[in-house]
Ligand binder design. Structure first.
Ligand code: FAD
Ligand code: NAD
Length: 152
């Protein structure tokens, strides 16, 4: 099985879109991710999967904490910026929540401490303990077959 076939198959699983964010030495870094899931209620745990080559990986290792920002349908540009799909540098203003950077107007922002990290092939799985969260009403941004979609 080649990589393309695997990605085509995985792309049939419709997901939301998040931006993971954290800060080291006053530098905020964000990265688009759809490999996100809820894990446990007691304690409150979530999971993200980060490519070992991604800059985000070393940022999370250094900071030991991060936020997960679930994007709304009108935040496609945010996803494109933090996936490197928009080439020119765009200035993004982050808000601060629990001393961590969050993307304003996200549907949900989760502030997490790294609870566990697991090596898994070419990715690292970070289990985050949710220490606080913000929720807003709105429609989500979706990702399906490699394309962005809106629910309405
Ligand atoms: P870079 O590639 O250096 O940064 C990413 C982009 O964000 C750059 O364009 C950079 O300029 C911009 N940026 C970062 N910080 C700031 C800031 N403070 N202000 C303004 N711009 C900033 N990869 C995974 O490992 N796991 C996933 O679950 C995953 N899901 C994805 C889902 C989707 C829908 C898409 C489109 C991509 C996904 N990716 C995922 C791929 C990942 O988003 C890209 O490979 C990304 O470029 C890796 O980022 P990086 O940390 O290496 O940093
Ligand atoms: P795509 O067809 O590459 O992605 C479809 C699905 O395949 C994704 O939703 C994801 O589930 C899976 N996938 C893709 N790349 C992966 C990887 N390196 N490791 C594990 N699973 C992966 O869609 P696209 O629009 O071409 O994606 C844009 C870029 O973002 C590509 O470079 C892609 O590799 C990357 N991406 C990475 C991940 C990830 O690392 N988990 C997830 C989504 C997209």
């Amino acid at each position: 099985m080649d990589d393309r076939m695997f990605r085509t198959a995985m792309g049939k699983f419709a997901t939301g879109v998040t931006v993971i964010a954290s800060e080291v030495d006053g530098q905020v870094h964000g990265m688009t991710a759809n490999a996100f899931m809820s894990v446990s209620l007691d304690p409150k745990l979530i999971l993200i999967s980060i490519d070992k080559r991604a800059k985000m990986n070393e940022v999370i290792q250094k900071a030991s904490k991060f936020t997960v920002n679930i994007l709304s349908g009108d935040q496609k540009e945010m996803s494109m910026i933090f996936a490197g799909q928009i080439k020119e540098n765009k200035h993004v203003e982050f808000e601060t929540f629990e001393d961590l950077p969050v993307i304003e107007n996200s549907l949900v922002s989760l502030a997490c401490n790294v609870y566990q990290a697991h090596e898994a092939g070419d990715h690292t799985l970070y289990v985050g303990e949710v220490i606080n969260l913000n929720v807003q009403d709105g429609e989500p941004l979706a990702f399906y077959e490699g394309k962005y979609m809106q629910m309405t």
